[in-house]
Ligand binder design. Structure first.
Ligand SMILES: NC(=O)c1ccc[n+]([C@@H]2O[C@H](COP(=O)([O-])OP(=O)(O)OC[C@H]3O[C@@H](n4cnc5c(N)ncnc54)[C@H](OP(=O)(O)O)[C@@H]3O)[C@@H](O)[C@H]2O)c1
Length: 237
C-alpha cells in the first residue's frame, strides 16, 4: 500500500493530461493515469502508473475509483482532464457522440469527484477541472461539447462552495485552442505554422502548477483562462 503523495489524472495518455502528469511527477507525486491507452504508450517513469479505464462507462470509472481509494492512502489530487469533442450543426451530431461527450466530459468526472471527495478533504487536497473557453459563452457548432464544459465549470464552482470549510481547493482551467491530438479526427484545428494562435499543453500544465503549488496557502486560484494572443483556426481538407 502506498502512502506517499498521490495524484489521479484522467486522460493522461495524450496532450494536456500527459503534460500535467509530467508536472506532478516532477513534483514528486505518484501519478495514476486513467485512459483507454489504446495504441498509446505510458509515460516512462517509476512513479507513473497507467490504469485502463473507459470513462464512457461510468460504472468502470466508479470501480477504478473504489479500487484506488482502497489501495492508495496518499491520494490528495484529482485532475479531471479527459475529454473529447464532436463538432458540427447539432442535427448532424450522432447520438453516440452526444452520449460519449456527456459521459466522458461530465458524468464520469462528477462520479470520480464524488468518490474522491472524502479523501481529498481529509488531506486538504486539490480538485482540478480542465474545462474550456467554450464554457464562457454560446458554442455554435459545438453545442453539446460547450454544454459539457459549461456544466463542469458550474459543477466545480458548486463543489468549491460546498466544501469551503474543509480546506479542499478546487481549480478550473479554461484553455483556448491548444495543439494536441484532440483535433486529429476533426475537420479543423490549430494553425501550426502560426505559433501566436495556439497554446501548448505545457502552457496549461503551467497554469495548473500555479493554481496548485505557487499560490499562498489560503489563496484559492479558482479559475484560470488561458488564451493565445491571436485567434485563428485552420479548416482541414
Ligand atoms: N486541445 C484544445 O484546444 C482544448 C481546449 C480546451 C479544452 N480542452 C480540454 O482539455 C482536455 C484534454 O484534451 P487534449 O486537448 O489534451 O486532447 P487529447 O490529446 O485528445 O487527450 C484527450 C485525453 O482524454 C482521454 N479520453 C478520451 N476519451 C476517453 C475515454 N472514453 N475514456 C478515458 N479517457 C478518454 C484520452 O485518452 P485515451 O484516448 O487513451 O482514452 C486522452 O488522454 C479535454 O477535456 C478537452 O476538452 C482542450
Amino acid at each position: 500500500m502506498s502512502v506517499g503523495p498521490g495524484c489521479v489524472i484522467t486522460g493522461a495518455s495524450s496532450g494536456i493530461g500527459r503534460e500535467v502528469a509530467r508536472l506532478f511527477l516532477r513534483r514528486g507525486f505518484k501519478v495514476f493515469g486513467l485512459s483507454r491507452w489504446k495504441g498509446r504508450l505510458p509515460i516512462e517513469h517509476e512513479n507513473f502508473v497507467p490504469i485502463t479505464c473507459d470513462l464512457k462507462r461510468v460504472d468502470e470509472a466508479e470501480g477504478v475509483a473504489r479500487e484506488l481509494l482502497a489501495r492508495e492512502k496518499g491520494l490528495s489530487i484529482l485532475v479531471n482532464n479527459a475529454g473529447l469533442g464532436a463538432f458540427g450543426p447539432h442535427d448532424a451530431v450522432s447520438k453516440d457522440a452526444i452520449s460519449a461527450m456527456v459521459n466522458v466530459n461530465l458524468t464520469s468526472p462528477m462520479i470520480l469527484t464524488q468518490k474522491f471527495l472524502g479523501r481529498l478533504r481529509a488531506r486538504r487536497g486539490h480538485l482540478v477541472f480542465i474545462s474550456s473557453v467554450t464554457a464562457m459563452g454560446p458554442s455554435p457548432m459545438g453545442a453539446t461539447y460547450g454544454a459539457t464544459k459549461a456544466a463542469i465549470r458550474h459543477f466545480a464552482q458548486s463543489i468549491f462552495e460546498e466544501n469551503r470549510r474543509s480546506g479542499l481547493k478546487v481549480h478550473t482551467i479554461l484553455p483556448d485552442l491548444t495543439a494536441t491530438p484532440f483535433f486529429d479526427n476533426l475537420s479543423f484545428g490549430p494553425c501550426l505554422n502560426d505559433p501566436e494562435t495556439y497554446l501548448l499543453p505545457a502552457d496549461i500544465a503551467e497554469a495548473v502548477e500555479f493554481a496548485v503549488f505557487t499560490a499562498r496557502d489560503p489563496v484559492v486560484v479558482q479559475e484560470i483562462v488561458v488564451r493565445p494572443r491571436r485567434f485563428r483556426i485552420e479548416k482541414k481538407g
